[in-house]
Design a protein around this ligand. Structure first.
Ligand SMILES: [Zn+2]
Length: 262
């Protein structure tokens, strides 16, 4: 089993005690909650970005979100809870809280909780869109968090917004800030992956063309076999009707013989 204490240690090293706390023990699940199943690191496919949305502000207490989630889901829904707001005219207060084990399902994206690490930025950023400096600051917090998780997982899940995993119109979460040029979706998905060069694209195109050619010759083969089977079917149908004629002839011959005997 992967060592979750090692993850916590890495998070403390990354953010320092001032900007990180592990709140999991203070947010217990309802004893009857069955939802938060265990999972393996390799089950994780997405880092989902959320805002806490309706009725919250950048300073809403984690305990307020917890009480709401405990009623609805039996426990806290997000794996990480991020605070980031302007606390002085030129400074930000920010904090990363570990609020649900990443080795458990969360309750934050319908039908995808088995494969998502849910990370919420507290506030309603649909009602109150953040300025670009705030977006840049919180995106760098998300980035540092995801890089630590990448190292611990040994993998790079895709960064998505909550709404990207659901049918259109289901939710606005995490709101439009996340999709701008400085937001996490544009900036963090390109991590470490150089753009494809012209040569790469040409090689990919040639590979695709070769595949098309091979599929086309398979299709021609199948069409040939269909033709053969149709010829065979016609031949058998001829035989069947030949036999039917012979049976009818034999029957009338037998009848005529019978008649002549009586
Ligand atoms: Zn959400």
């Amino acid at each position: 089993m992967p060592d979750e204490n090692a993850l916590v240690q890495m998070l403390i090293e990354e953010f320092g005690a001032e900007h990180f706390d592990d709140l999991r023990a203070e947010l217990p699940d309802d004893p009857k909650a069955w939802w938060f199943k265990g999972r393996r690191p390799e089950d994780i496919q997405f880092y989902a970005v959320h805002h806490s949305g309706d009725g919250t502000t950048p300073r809403t207490d984690t305990s307020t979100i917890y009480n709401y989630h405990k009623q609805r889901f039996g426990g806290y829904g997000y794996h990480f809870t991020i605070y980031c707001y302007r606390s002085t005219p030129d400074g930000f207060w920010w904090k990363v809280r570990y609020t649900r084990s990443v080795l458990q399902w969360g309750a934050n994206v319908k039908d995808k909780n088995d494969s998502v690490v849910g990370c919420v930025w507290v506030g309603d950023y649909a009602a109150d869109p953040p300025d670009s400096e705030t977006v840049e600051t919180v995106t760098s917090v998300f980035e540092r968090l995801f890089l630590v998780l990448d190292r611990w997982l040994g993998a790079r899940p895709i960064v998505v917004g909550h709404r990207d995993l659901l049918q259109q119109g289901y939710t606005v979460c995490p709101a439009d800030w996340a999709y701008g040029p400085n937001g996490p979706l544009m900036r963090l998905n390109a991590r470490g992956q150089p753009p494809a060069s012209g040569d790469d694209l040409q090689a990919q195109l040639q590979q695709a063309l070769a595949q098309i050619n091979s599929l086309q010759s398979q299709l021609a083969d199948l069409q040939g076999r269909v033709q053969d089977l149709e010829t065979e079917k016609a031949r058998l149908q001829d035989q069947v009707s030949g036999l039917q004629t012979k049976i009818a002839q034999a029957r009338s011959h037998a009848q005529a013989t019978l008649d002549s005997l009586s």
